[in-house]
Write a protein that binds this ligand. Structure first.
Ligand code: C5P
Length: 241
């Protein structure tokens, strides 16, 4: 069915004017490439909503452990999804809540990331979380951060970005973050964790980590946060009125 767009960003379908879908900026890529930082800043600048899809997988793994569910028990974990009462802080408030408990710190550990990538490989879990992620798409727009935002969850996203950086650089950034927080860490262990997670995320059968065919690839290894942010905002400004 032919669809035209006019300058007011409205689609004309069968001679009826329908509003365009809410714009989405999809930012995918491996852990530690700067997706979280860039996505939050872009959402703040644009005044759009923000979806931290990785947090959903992290919370599910955390909740699964609380309920003594094995992290490979696909059926029990997917049944747990509708019962999860998750809340996110708004804007610069990065807190994450499960029921009445703030779980921000618990879900941000390396261990929680590894557990998230185990549950994220289960097809029924991904299916159970799909509608919840789509529900974040609300006016005036959404910045969606994850691994499959541009490929599976929002294949019609307005702009798709794939942020990468070398594993060595990502491990170094993580190490610097830990040191800044006064937490000890070994660079070689962090590198091994990152490589194991990349391997699991890229080689799973469902929604593997890969850029969408129409994604813009940005290697952030040699770029500062501001430079990446400006590049991403320029891309979205070119596509939205
Ligand atoms: O982005 P973050 O590091 O919080 O994600 C944790 C894990 O959740 C990832 O390693 C990945 O396995 C999984 N994930 C995913 N799909 C997403 C977001 C995260 O599979 N859209």
């Amino acid at each position: 069915m032919p669809v035209e767009s006019n300058s007011k960003n409205m689609h004309i379908l069968n001679n009826k004017t329908t509003p365009s879908p809410v714009p989405v900026l999809a930012i995918d890529g491996p852990g530690g490439a700067g997706k979280g930082t860039i996505s939050r800043l872009a959402a703040l600048k644009l005044g759009w909503h923000y979806l931290d899809s990785g947090a959903l997988y992290r919370i599910l793994a955390f909740a699964g452990t609380l309920h003594h569910i094995d992290l490979k028990d696909e059926i029990s974990l997917s049944k747990l999804v509708p019962a999860l009462n998750i809340r996110f802080g708004i804007g610069s408030d990065e807190s994450v809540w499960l029921d009445d408990q703030e779980v921000s710190d618990q879900i941000r550990t390396e261990r929680a990331g590894a557990a998230a990538s185990i549950v994220a490989a289960l097809p029924l879990v991904r299916e159970a979380l799909l509608q919840q992620q789509k529900a974040f798409r609300r006016a005036p727009g959404l910045v969606a951060d994850g691994r499959d935002m541009g490929t599976v969850v929002f294949p019609d996203a307005t702009v798709k970005v794939f942020l990468t950086a070398s594993a060595q650089e990502r491990a170094q950034r993580r190490y610097n973050q830990l040191i800044a927080k006064g937490i000890d860490g070994k660079l070689c262990d962090l590198l091994a964790d990152i490589q194991a997670r990349d391997e699991r995320d890229s080689n799973r059968s469902v929604a593997p980590l890969r850029p969408a065919a129409d994604a813009v690839l940005i290697d952030t290894s040699q770029m500062g946060i501001n430079e990446v942010l400006i590049t991403v905002l320029n891309l979205i400004n070119l596509q939205t009125p």
